[in-house]
Design a protein around this ligand. Sequence first.
Ligand code: NAP
Length: 322
Amino acid sequence: MVKTALITGITGQDGSYLAEHLLTQGYRIFGLVRRSSSSNLQRISHLLGNVEILPGDLLDQPSLMDAIAQAQPDEIYNLASQSYVPLSWTQPSLTAEYTGLGVARLLDSIRRCKPDAHFYQASSSEVFGQPSESPQTEDTAFRPRNPYGTAKTYGHWLTVNYRQHYGLYACCGITYTHESPRRGAEFVFRKITQGAAKIKLGLAQELKLGNLDARRDWCYAPDAVQAMWLMMQQPEPDDYIIGSGETHSVRELVACAFGVVGLDWQDYVTVDPEFYRPDEAVQLVGCIDKIRRKLQWEPQHSFEKMVEVMVRHDLELLGGGE
Ligand code: NAP
């Protein structure tokens, strides 16, 4: 039997990769897309003949109920959110609406319209904030330190509440930072791969960065969406950490990216305190033992491979690919 999935955030990085993955599994796919005055479909332009677009917005519950009623999905993936931490400081209420209350509207729509659907909530390592232990497991205390992490914490616990109270098949993937050529340019990984490509092509002279010693658990987005899908195929819903299980510093990332284009990063990178993130999360790294053991999931792309793929993509995008 053909399975049907509804994806919120299908126009985003993860949504576009998830749609590709589900198509390879033979799914019928509906994507919830909010209206905008110019097209927001660039990341899924190659999929448009194969996915069905439904209008809707996480701010508007009737549109969510209509989308669920029309799609009758077996699986619902909630990947939509205001996903940029710095913006959550300047727009905390809107972040709470999209990233927190949006989950409440969606869960309640599922309860009313399609209670047997499986539900995936995109939770985030930002729920750990300044973590109490390292690496973090599914049992580590949540101590969010920014409005985005706080909104994600609400969405996470509400998903658990609906699972326990209403018996919904609802699960949370606590994902660490994941990257790809479709990542927004405001995120540091893409900023660096794009910066190295621009300098190589003579389109920029320097790259300004913040704390080079900041360390992150970086994983590849196409690997992460595979984990999301696997979680939804299990007999019982459960929450899992999704990450690489290792950290790398921004300095290593810069050296690797400039290495791909054959340049010495120290000639081009300057440290600008303006780019320091005010509350840098330290030792944020996931323990991926549970997902390895129970779902046999492993990240398929190394840090170095991911950097190389993204730098080469940015070179090509800027017109200088080999
Ligand atoms: P992304 O590229 O920023 O995509 C966000 C998506 O949400 C876009 O499709 C956006 O639509 C949609 N959206 C935003 N507000 C909406 C609303 N009110 N109604 C309907 N759709 C709305 O994010 P991503 O990197 O794919 O991340 C996917 C999910 O994982 C997000 O929930 C994010 O917070 C979470 N997460 C991501 C990471 C990461 O490293 N990527 C790590 C942890 C957690 P438009 O195209 O119209 O803007």
